[in-house]
Design a binder for this molecule. Structure first.
Ligand code: TRP
Length: 461
């Protein structure tokens, strides 16, 4: 295989992989899911899922990528043969399909950034109906999500070092600075402490099987697992790097940002007496109301800053989603990177139009299918198939692959490069136990439950 470019250092990999992990999942989804599921009780379960299941899968993905030095398809094919390569293809398809709607939501965040920071969005009366109208009116969204896709493509065209790594090294520190600045501001507001109490006082009475199920799904998506994004990034790191410590830093950074997003959002929400259990509308409906009450100038700055944060988090994630199919075509077909990126960005954007138009603009896409007792949009359907169902399946298959096809002995040998004390250590025992027993069981159950629940007309929760 031709010389593969790679990250320049461990820091480069850690920045890029944390950038991939930290995204809409942390700042948009985590706070509202936590709000719905008992605050800190959910947080605790989420952290357990992250370390028991997420971390070992992350280590497995990175090791498989580095061992094969290839995209997910090439990696499974090289290490497992033709049949296993289908798993890699599934991952590549997931990258395309998840990005198609993720970019639409990122476009909403981008539009809110522009229109709160520089327009008159905060002058609206009712943010609930405003948001409904906003996502249904595709003229603005078309522009914002197009710009977002172009930004993503420009970075990915730059390649691993000059594109992905550089962007992450610039965006991630900025993201932390904005996040900390906003948290400090939020803490000074009246009733901020009530928000903290809601967030940090566990209410175990709200914990049930569904909470645990949501925590697994959220942890998995947030760490960017199950479709080979980290196989791809792992293929770009050198044999001297310590995979365990790199994965540990990425995992901690991801949990930290989710945790910090809660420290920001709950004080903001409580400062204006708003409802923390609002659900998916928390960021797009409740927060604008909060920013409006903060005052015309401060609201613009704080609100604009918040949505800029969301955009930066989303951008380092969209580049990782795009890099997976890009690596496939560049590695396997030897097509020029520029052409592949441009072509894929166009295809992904076009598929995304269907999700964009499914938010009220076109009835056939808005009421696309009926299952789980309600009408589902095209965006819902794609996210259910490629995110809720396919990612746990991808993770399940990765653990089976590592444990029973590649074998943990070979996994350990790969991890031992750059980590000479690994073989025989407790961490090795834990990783192997998790990948052989915990992950297949947990992810297998999640997969089956999700399929039955969503498409099998079985009401489990
Ligand atoms: N982890 C990102 C988030 O929290 C989303 C993401 C980026 C992702 N790349 C991925 C999820 C690969 C699964 C697989 O928003």
């Amino acid at each position: 295989m031709a010389l593969r470019s790679g990250f320049s250092s461990r820091l480069g990999f850690v920045a890029a992989a944390s950038g991939s992990a930290v995204g809409l999942g942390n700042i948009w989804a985590f706070p509202y899911i936590t709000g719905e599921n008992g605050g800190a009780a959910f947080l605790l379960i989420y952290i357990c899922c992250t370390f028991l299941i997420g971390f070992p899968i992350m280590v497995g993905e990175i090791a498989v990528g580095r061992k094969a030095k290839a995209n997910p398809y090439g990696a499974y094919k090289l290490l497992g043969g033709k049949r296993w390569s289908v798993v890699g293809l599934l991952g590549i398809l997931c990258g395309i399909m998840i990005l198609s709607f993720y970019n639409v939501v990122a476009g909403w965040a981008f539009g809110y950034f522009i229109q709160i920071g520089f327009g008159d969005l905060l002058a609206q009366g009712d943010f609930g109906s405003f948001f409904g109208g906003y996502v249904a009116d595709y003229s603005d969204n078309l522009v914002y999500s197009f710009v977002f896709m172009v930004l993503t493509a420009i970075i990915v065209i730059g390649g691993v070092k000059q594109g992905i790594e550089l962007a992450a090294k610039i965006l991630m520190p900025f993201l932390f600075i904005i996040l900390f600045g906003l948290i400090i501001y939020a803490m000074t507001l009246d009733n901020a402490m009530d928000g903290l109490a809601f967030y940090l006082k566990p209410d175990f009475s709200l914990v049930n099987a569904k909470t645990i199920y949501s925590a697994f799904g959220q942890a998995f998506f947030s760490l960017s697992l199950g479709m080979g994004a980290l196989i791809t990034y792992g293929s770009y790191i050198s044999k001297n790097e310590n995979i365990i410590s790199a994965a540990a830093i990425v995992t901690v950074a991801d949990v930290l940002v989710a945790f910090l997003a809660g420290l920001l959002i709950f004080p903001l929400v409580f400062s204006q007496g708003q409802d923390p259990t609002e659900g998916p509308g928390l960021v797009f409906v409740v927060l604008p109301g909060v920013f409006q009450q903060i005052g015309p100038i401060a609201g613009r700055v704080i609100g604009g800053g918040f949505f800029l944060l969301l955009c930066m988090a989303a951008l380092t994630s969209t580049i990782s989603l795009l890099e997976v199919p890009v690596a496939y075509f560049v590695d396997q077909k030897k097509w020029p990177r520029k052409l592949v990126v441009a072509g894929l960005a166009a295809v992904v954007f076009s598929i995304g139009l269907l999700s964009m138009l499914s938010q009220g603009a076109v009835d056939g896409l808005t009421n696309f299918l009926f299952y789980e007792g309600k009408s589902q949009t095209f965006l819902d359907f794609i996210s259910h198939v490629f995110l809720d169902v396919s990612l746990p399946l991808g993770g399940f298959l990765l653990s089976i692959f590592v444990a029973y096809k590649l074998k943990t002995k070979n996994l350990s040998e790969e991890i031992a490069h750059g980590n000479s004390g690994y073989v025989g250590s407790n961490i090795e025992k834990f990783i192997n136990f998790s990948l052989t027993v915990l992950c297949p069981i947990a992810l297998g159950i999640i997969f089956v439950v999700t399929v039955l629940q969503k498409f099998g007309n079985v009401h489990i929760f």
